[in-house]
Design a protein around this ligand. Structure first.
Ligand SMILES: Nc1ncnc2c1ncn2[C@@H]1O[C@H](COP(=O)(O)OP(=O)(O)OP(=O)(O)O)[C@@H](O)[C@H]1O
Length: 242
């Protein structure tokens, strides 16, 4: 599985209307990502990184272009099927953790598995296993208010990993964290790629994360400026950037 194409997008364009003006945010972008790799998307604020992730993950329909995700044309599906695809195959990690304030760490993970129609007893086992994998086996019963920022982000990662997603999207996952917690988080994302075979796509401003990337893509003004493999795997051929 590792080294196989997971997502392949061609000609993505998106413009937002602000009053009567149109702002082009993605301009004919081609993008792909491979199983088992951490692909980092970097670039200045407003360059279109989050919009790209939204188009790749079925959260926001691009005006033009196609996304082939796990061999299926994402935007040709009905909305309900896109939602199902996201639930079944995609994990998300955001800067703000997005945890439910009233639920403890185990319940945060169980909740998502419930939406994925995993049985209650199985969900509990998987939640504990995922939280143990991120080193939170002693914090299973804590609610977010009793957890540090780094621990909250680890709960969010456990929640994403518990579904064993083939596509893992992280948008600025370390920007609210100190450098030690940030490193733990990126190491976990790296492990998700190497051990679970996920295609991990990380949007970040944080240059320290580059050390853990297999590939670094730079965006500017809605376009991809550069795309290079850092640790070139043998069975992947570098794609030229037009
Ligand atoms: N829903 C929206 N409506 C209107 N404009 C939007 C919307 N979402 C994003 N934009 C604009 O599109 C541009 C690109 O936004 P995007 O969030 O994709 O960039 P980014 O590279 O992720 O930026 P940042 O690093 O600051 O998060 C920005 O100018 C932003 O203001």
């Amino acid at each position: 599985m590792n080294g196989k194409l997971a997502i392949d997008a061609k000609g993505l364009s998106k413009a937002y209307k602000i009053g009567k003006q149109k702002q082009s945010v993605l301009k004919d972008v081609d993008f792909n990502a491979y199983h088992g790799q951490v692909t980092m998307v970097m670039g200045p604020s407003g360059s279109g990184k989050s919009t790209l992730i939204a188009a790749l993950s079925g959260l926001m329909k691009p005006d033009e272009g196609e996304v082939i995700a796990l061999g299926e044309s994402l935007w040709k599906k009905k909305k309900s099927k896109i939602d199902r695809f996201r639930l079944d195959h995609c994990g998300f990690i955001f800067q703000g953790f997005n945890l439910f304030p009233a639920l403890n760490a185990t319940q945060q993970v169980e909740q998502v598995l419930k939406y994925c129609k995993v049985k209650k007893s199985e969900a509990k086992k998987r939640a504990v296993a995922a939280l143990t994998e991120v080193g939170l086996e002693k914090r299973l019963k804590q609610t977010p208010s009793a957890l540090s920022g780094g621990e909250k982000q680890r709960v969010a990662i456990a929640r994403a990993l518990s579904k064993n997603p083939q596509l893992l999207f992280a948008d600025e996952p370390t920007s609210a964290l100190d450098s030690v917690s940030g490193q733990v988080v990126i190491k976990l994302l790296h492990r998700a790629a190497k051990e679970h075979g996920a295609a991990v796509i990380v949007v970040t401003h944080d240059p320290r994360l580059e050390a853990y990337a297999d590939r670094v893509i730079h965006m500017e003004d809605g376009k991809i400026l550069s795309d290079h493999f850092v640790n070139q795997p043998q069975d992947v051929v570098e794609t030229p950037v037009s």
